[in-house]
Design a binder for this molecule. Structure first.
Ligand code: BTN
Length: 251
């Protein structure tokens, strides 16, 4: 990079009425040689994907957005990228909530909760392209008008929590917040600041939580996160575990 700071002008946006998955759409563009910094949004998705192989029910009325980045950073730095995006989504959602609204918090690793219920999930997908470039797609789904039934974690929508913004209005805030947080993250010492912002918005640090892993559950005191975004869990007698992926439950 030429040392220039990332700015909102660096990003393009394509709005689709419907697609299978905006993440897939971004990966397809990358394979066609797109230079990156491309946002794709859709009014609905017919095959939306969630974390850990789950489906993301994608009815009209919500925000489905993906950002394609090409070679955004050395691999080692990429672990902290989702944290920056979660802070940006937290900020954008807070902006559209009315005053005296219920708390907006980040749930590790990068969900956003309003009043303790999930309104936003983030899915990162990467791919090594045929020409050697690395594509990274950050997919963000926000329940703006509709909350899915029967989700793994209790869900709500921004409308139910008192916000009147449309998906388009929320996207305008998200677009700016992500550019701002990527600029911070991209800047030398910015990762420490990103982690500080993440911590100050996070739910449950210092509390007892349960983390469901594919093969077992762990309970302990949520001590915080490390620079790679791993959850630090104190499981008693001076033992701390660093967890890279799992589903957190509070209280
Ligand atoms: C999660 O499981 O919490 C992550 C959900 C991510 C959903 C978004 S919606 C836009 C983008 N396209 C997808 O297929 N998934 C992400």
């Amino acid at each position: 990079k030429g040392g220039g700071r990332i700015s909102p002008d660096d990003f393009r946006h394509v709005a689709l009425a419907e697609t299978v998955s905006t993440n897939s759409e971004c990966l397809a563009k990358a394979r066609e040689g797109d230079p990156g910094n491309l946002w794709i949004t859709a009014g609905r998705q017919t095959g939306g994907r969630g974390r850990r192989g789950r489906a993301w029910v994608s009815e009209p009325g919500n925000l489905y957005a993906s950002l394609l980045l090409i070679d955004p950073a050395p691999i080692a730095r990429l672990h902290s990228l989702p944290l920056a995006v979660a802070v940006a989504a937290h900020r954008a959602i807070r902006t559209v909530m009315p005053p005296a609204a219920p708390p907006v918090e980040i749930k590790w690793p990068n969900d956003i909760l309003v009043d303790g219920k999930k309104v936003c999930g983030i899915l990162l997908e990467g791919e090594e392209l045929a020409d050697g470039r690395r594509a990274l797609v950050i997919g963000i789904g926000v329940n703006v008008g509709v909350a899915p039934e029967g989700a793994l974690y209790p869900a709500t929508s921004l409308r139910r929590e008192g916000a009147s913004a449309s998906p388009e209005e929320l996207f305008a805030h998200l677009f700016l917040a992500v550019a701002e947080m990527l600029a911070l993250w991209d800047h030398g010492t910015g990762v420490a600041r990103v982690i500080e912002l993440w911590r100050s918005a996070a739910r449950g640090i210092g509390e007892t939580i349960t983390v469901n892993l594919p093969d077992r559950s762990l309970s302990g005191r949520f001590a915080g996160i490390d620079h790679d975004g791993r959850l630090l869990l104190d499981t008693g007698a001076g033992t701390q575990q660093a967890i890279a992926a799992g589903d957190v439950f509070f209280g």
